[in-house]
Ligand binder design. Structure first.
Ligand SMILES: Cc1ncc(COP(=O)(O)O)c(C=O)c1O
Length: 387
């Protein structure tokens, strides 16, 4: 939001807290993965839950190597379909109560794919497709690293699920998909490459088991930001999904896949108080703005709720947001007890906070305030929300 009647091109005209998007950094990040995919003859199906914004998604598509998008809610599917994206993977395990909305999108021409990992849900999807006389397109979710959901490539249930979907005249088995979420716990290039290969190779093995049983399994879909950037070949993989790479964040910097200077998102906050006896500075950016994500806890550098930059994106010594209540951020030193540089933190002054987790921080806001290299506001892009 801006104050009415003011010059909206300057950061000082913005109402804080707000979400800044550095356009040039974002474009470089987008190009980095697009180039990597091009060098491997790979195809991207970007996960747009990170950006939830058609303008950002159009930038990703313009950079090339893209076929379709991935979403995490049916609300995102509706939004992106309304903006012209019709090939959509809804990559969160489907539940029967959401099938009417899935059928509705499909009937309106959306090429929507859903994911599941159990015999029970597969049977419910088949029954629903028959009842509604609509084709449900299904991908089987694989567990490639013990991170979360999915069925293992060598589990007999993989073939049971594949058969249930393939035997239904009302369903289409599109393929298999996995997300190597354990990559967020990798700390070096070697372990990342090993996990990326495991994600790829177990997914291909799953598809081959299904094919060996006489069932078509055209699509092999893998991906997370760290593994997408690390993977060395994509033979046998038909698409790669990633979302955070567009912005990057402190967690990604901690894993080693980017530098903090490449992070394209920050939250602009105002300094509202000094607590010199406790060596603290207070801002208007609490967890409602930054989110409660503490993803850098456990990494070599723990940034608390975010790293502190000045309004021109230069780090302010070793300052971090060490505490956050709903609407207040508490700034202190990360690694020392020496007094804060209060002259760099004037009351009413602006600071930028780099996020731990881009998806979680961006989700607190309705829009991106797009800034150029000179920190001038050049646009505002709205984001979709909800489920
Ligand atoms: C199913 C799925 N695919 C792809 C991604 C994208 O990974 P990242 O957020 O590391 O870019 C996610 C992220 O959570 C995901 O859940």
């Amino acid at each position: 939001m801006t104050h009415p009647g003011t010059d909206t091109r300057s950061l000082s005209d913005l109402t804080t807290p707000c979400l800044l998007l550095d356009l040039q950094r974002m474009r470089k990040n987008i190009d980095r993965l697009a180039s990597h995919m091009a060098s491997l003859s790979g195809t991207l199906r970007p996960h747009v839950k990170t950006n939830k914004c058609i303008q950002v998604t159009q930038e990703i598509i313009a950079a090339g190597q893209v076929n379709g998008i991935t979403v995490s809610t049916l609300q995102e599917a509706e939004y992106f379909f309304a903006h012209g994206c019709s090939d959509i993977l809804y990559a969160v395990g489907i539940v029967p109560a959401k099938l009417p909305a899935v059928a509705d999108l499909t009937r309106r021409g959306c090429h929507l794919k859903i994911v599941l990992d159990s015999v029970e849900i597969a049977e419910a999807v088949v029954a629903d497709a028959e009842k509604r006389q609509v084709t449900h397109r299904v991908m089987i979710e694989l567990d490639s690293d013990g991170h979360r959901s999915g069925v293992r490539f060598d589990d007999d249930r993989l073939l049971d699920i594949a058969r249930i979907i393939a035997d239904s005249p009302d369903c289409e088995l599109v393929g298999v998909m996995t997300h190597a979420g354990e990559s967020y716990h990798c700390r070096d290039a070697q372990s990342l490459l090993a996990l990326a290969r495991q994600e790829r190779d177990t997914s291909i093995a799953a598809a081959e088991r299904i094919r060996a049983a006489g069932i078509a399994c055209p699509v092999v879909s893998i991906g997370s930001t760290p593994t997408a950037l690390a993977i060395d070949h994509l033979n046998g993989v038909t698409e790669v999904r990633a979302g955070v790479y567009v912005f990057f964040d402190l967690v990604m910097a901690g894993i080693g896949v980017c530098d903090t200077s490449e992070i394209a998102l920050s939250v602009l906050v105002s300094v509202s108080g000094h607590q010199k006896e406790r060596n603290l500075t207070i801002t208007d950016g609490g967890w409602m703005a930054l989110s409660r994500d503490r993803g850098t806890r456990g990494q070599a550098v723990d940034y608390g709720y975010g790293a502190v930059l000045d309004s021109e994106s230069r780090p302010v010594e070793d300052l971090v947001v060490s505490g956050a209540s709903q609407e207040h951020g508490m700034i202190s030193r990360r690694a020392s007890v020496s007094p804060l540089p209060y002259e760099q933190l004037p009351l009413g002054g602006l600071l930028r906070i780099l996020p731990n987790h881009a998806c979680a921080t961006a989700a607190q806001f309705d829009e991106f305030v797009v800034v150029d290299d000179n920190n001038r506001v050049i646009d505002r892009w709205s984001r979709t929300r909800g489920w």
